[in-house]
Design a protein around this ligand. Structure first.
Ligand code: KE4
Length: 419
C-alpha cells in the first residue's frame, strides 16, 4: 500500500490515523507520508522516496538514524532478553553516565516517556514541598499530563483548549509568558508559600525555538531559592542537544530537578527525572511519593541510550553548531531574496525559521507568524525531498549524520520554493 492508502486505513483504526497528533500534518494542510526505513540523515517512505531528515523522531536521533554503535548495542541487548521487570546492569550504567554528564542529577529514575518524567517531577516537587500550585510558561510543552495542559505548546498549541482536564486540576497551574520574569515575581508575591515549583523549558522548543532572555533563567533560579520552590528544567529536548551537559551546562544555571527524554533513549522509549538526592529520596520506596512503571529501565532501551551518550562524547558539538549556523544564515538569505519576511531562532543544532518580520520571544509572537507561508514552504520542501516538522510550533534539528551536501541540497530546494 502507498501512503495515501495506508493513511485511509489508519484513519479507520486510530484517531486522525496517527498515534501522536503532530504526525497527522494537519497544521501544514497535508497528509503524512508513511516511513518504511531510515539510515543516517535519510528517511525512505513506503514508495521508496528519499528524504533528508530534519525532524529526527522529534529530537532523539541526534547521531542520525541507525548509528552503528547504537544499533549494535540494541541488538546485543535484545539477544539477552527484551524486558525483565527486575533491576539490571543497564539501568545502573545509564544512570551513572547521565550523572557524569549532568552532575546536578545526583539521583534519578528512568521512566518510559518525557510525559512520565515531567508528571513525576511535578508530583515529587509537590510532595517534597507540601505545596500544590506550580508555574509553567505559555507555549512550553511538558507532555500531556493533565496539569500541564493549560496553554501548552507543541501539538497542544494547535487545539482549542483540552476537554477532559477538570478545572480543579489546572486551577493550580499558574501561567506566565516565557521570558516574563515580572509575571513570575507577581505569582510568588501573591502565592509564594503555596508554589511547589517552576517547570520551564530552559530553551523553549514547543512554540518553535525561543531562547531564554538574558537573566531569565537566573531570575527563576533566584526566585525558587528565595521562596523555597523547586526549579525544574524540562530538558527533554535540550538535554544532550544544546551541549553534552544540556541547557544547564550551556547557560550555567543549576536546577533542583531535571527531566530528560528523547536523546537518552537512542530512539527507544525512555524518560528520566532526577536531581538533588535530598529531593529524590522522597520517592518510593525510600520516601512516600509514589511513581512506578512496568517497562521503566528497559534493558534494550538502556543499552541504546548508553551507547548514544558514549557516542556523543566523541562528537564535535561546536562544529555541528557552526555548520548549522551556516545553513540557517543561508536559508534566511534565500527567503529574504524571495521577499519573505522571516526571523530565525537557533541554538546548537536546533532552529526554527518563523515567517514573521518580528523577533519571536514568546508564544504571543510565535502565534502571530504566517502559518500559511509555513505550510507552503513545508509542502514544497517535502516535494523536493526535505523532511521538516509539519508544524510551525516545532524545531528543526540537524544531526551528526548530515553532510554538507545534504545542506546544499536543502538550500537548493529552498531556492525553488514559490510563495
Ligand atoms: P514525550 O511524552 O512525548 O516523550 O515527551 C513529552 C515532552 C516533554 N517535554 C518537552 C520539552 C517535550 O518537547 C516533549 C515532547 N515533544 C513533542 C514535540 N515537541 C513530542 C512529539 C509529539 O508529541 O509527537
Amino acid at each position: 500500500m502507498n501512503s495515501k492508502e495506508l493513511f485511509a486505513k489508519a484513519q479507520t483504526l486510530m484517531p486522525g490515523g496517527v498515534n501522536s497528533p503532530l504526525r497527522a500534518c494537519k497544521y501544514v494542510k497535508s497528509e503524512p507520508v508513511f516511513i518504511e526505513n531510515a539510515k543516517g540523515a535519510y528517511l525512505w517512505d513506503v514508495e521508496g522516496r528519499q528524504y533528508i531528515d530534519y525532524v529526527y523522531s522529534w529530537g532523539p536521533q541526534i547521531l542520525g538514524h541507525q548509528d552503528p554503535a547504537v544499533s549494535e548495542a540494541a541488538h546485543k541487548a535484545i539477544d539477552l532478553g527484551s524486558s525483565y521487570g527486575a533491576p539490571c546492569f543497564g539501568e545502573v550504567a545509564l544512570a551513572e553516565e547521565i550523572n557524569k554528564l549532568i552532575p546536578s542529577m545526583e539521583m534519578m529514575r528512568m521512566v518510559s516517556s518525557g510525559t512520565e518524567a515531567t508528571m513525576s517531577a511535578l508530583r515529587l516537587a509537590r510532595g517534597y514541598t507540601g505545596r500544590n500550585k506550580f508555574i509553567k510558561f505559555i507555549g512550553n510543552y511538558h507532555g500531556h499530563a493533565d496539569a500541564f495542559l493549560a496553554a501548552a505548546g507543541s501539538a497542544a498549541a494547535t487545539v482549542p483548549g483540552t476537554p477532559g482536564v477538570p478545572e480543579e486540576v489546572t486551577s493550580h497551574t499558574l501561567l506566565a509568558q516565557y521570558n516574563d520574569l515580572d509575571a513570575v515575581k507577581a505569582h510568588f508575591e501573591a502565592s509564594g508559600d503555596d508554589i511547589a515549583c517552576i517547570i520551564v523549558e530552559p530553551c523553549a522548543g514547543n512554540m518553535g525555538l525561543v531562547l531564554p532572555a538574558e537573566g531569565f533563567l537566573q531570575g527563576l533560579r533566584d526566585l525558587c531559592t528565595q521562596y523555597g520552590a523547586v526549579l525544574i528544567f524540562d530538558e527533554v529536548i535540550t538535554g544532550f542537544r544544546l551541549s553534552r551537559g544540556g541547557a544547564q551546562q550551556r547557560y550555567g544555571i543549576t536546577p533542583d530537578l531535571t527531566t530528560l527524554g528523547k536523546i537518552i533513549g537512542g530512539g527507544f522509549p525512555v524518560g528520566c527525572y532526577g536531581g538533588k538526592r535530598e529531593i529524590m529520596e522522597h520517592m518510593a520506596p525510600v520516601g512516600s511519593v509514589f511513581q512506578a512503571g512496568t517497562l521503566s529501565g528497559n534493558p534494550v532501551a538502556m543499552a541504546a541510550g548508553l551507547a548514544t551518550l558514549k557516542r556523543l562524547q566523541e562528537c564535535d558539538y561546536d562544529a555541528l553548531e557552526a555548520r548549522t549556523k551556516k545553513l540557517t544564515d543561508e536559508l534566511v538569505a534565500i527567503m529574504k531574496e524571495k521577499g519573505q519576511a522571516v526571523s530565525l531562532n537557533r541554538v546548537a543544532s536546533a532552529f526554527t525559521m518563523y515567517f514573521s518580520d518580528k523577533p519571536v520571544t514568546n508564544m504571543i509572537e510565535s502565534g502571530q507568524c504566517d502559518s500559511e507561508a509555513y505550510a507552503t514552504y513545508w509542502q514544497q520542501m517535502l516535494a523536493q525531498g526535505i523532511y521538516l516538522a509539519p508544524a510551525g510550533f516545532e524545531c528543526a534539528f540537524t544531526s551528526f549524520a548530515h553532510t554538507d551536501e545534504d545542506f546544499e541540497k536543502t538550500l537548493e530546494a529552498a531556492r525553488k520554493v514559490e510563495f
